[in-house]
Design a protein around this ligand. Structure first.
Ligand code: GTP
Ligand code: MG
Length: 209
């Protein structure tokens, strides 16, 4: 897929305040600092569309972007950052859970996992929570430029093994690096296929009406 345009729409503190949209929407979630905002910039070939920071907890709002005037990307606050105050931590998770449960045009959530780490309980808890609420998601193992291919495979296998103890089927798994641009084509292609299927479904529905 060619990215022709990528525009920042707005940032909102709550899903109820977010603009209603019928575009297919894809959101990025994961632990603070895992690389969500960097990945959005890498996918859209922009330097600072989404704000990146070395300090965890940078993204604190729901940030909406419009791509090719057809579909939406959303940059969400991270979860699991221990240094924010308890009140903030609670509101982070409210922002995230409300958005995920209430956003009607959310087609797919990309859950980002740091490829340098062995399975983290908080990520497993999060994907299990998604499963309990039947939220469609895919996994992206990030920062692959920082890890050897052996460690990358071992960490992915360990995460898959953890999931298979409770899941019958595993989600789609991608790897990415915002530095080397690994994963860009695969992730955009995946989004493109979903977008095209949506269009076909909409046309079929329109014909029936
Ligand atoms: P929060 O908004 O705080 O939750 O963080 P985030 O998940 O949006 O992470 P962000 O994109 O701000 O990146 C955090 C840090 O990791 C920054 O210093 C980035 O430059 C760095 N980073 C992100 N992706 C990559 C990557 O693929 N490779 C390397 N080497 N560094 C990365
Ligand atoms: Mg961010």
């Amino acid at each position: 897929m060619v990215i022709r345009t990528a525009k920042f729409v707005a940032s909102y503190p709550r899903v109820e305040k977010s603009p209603i949209s019928s575009n297919p929407e894809y959101a990025f979630i994961g632990r603070s600092n895992v690389g969500k905002s960097s990945l959005i910039n890498m996918l859209t070939c922009t330097k600072a569309l989404a704000k990146v920071s070395q300090t965890p907890g940078k993204t604190q709002l729901i940030n909406h972007f419009l791509i090719n005037n057809e579909w939406n990307l959303v940059d969400l606050p991270g979860y699991g950052y221990a240094k924010v105050s308890k009140t903030d931590r609670k509101s982070f998770s409210d922002i995230i859970t409300n958005y995920i449960l209430k956003r009607e045009n959310l087609y797919l959530l990309f859950v980002l996992i740091d490829s340098r780490l062995e399975p983290q309980q908080i990520d497993l808890d999060f994907v299990n929570w998604l499963g309990a609420h039947q939220i469609p998601f895919a996994l992206i193992f990030t920062k692959t430029d920082k890890v050897s291919s052996g460690t990358l495979q071992a960490n992915i296998d360990a995460f898959r093994a953890e999931m298979l103890s409770t899941w019958e089927e595993l989600p789609q798994i991608f790897t990415s690096s915002s530095i080397t641009r690994t994963g860009r084509e695969d992730i955009l292609q995946y989004i493109d296929v979903i977008n095209k299927n949506t269009k076909i479904n909409q046309l079929e529905c329109a014909e029936k009406i």
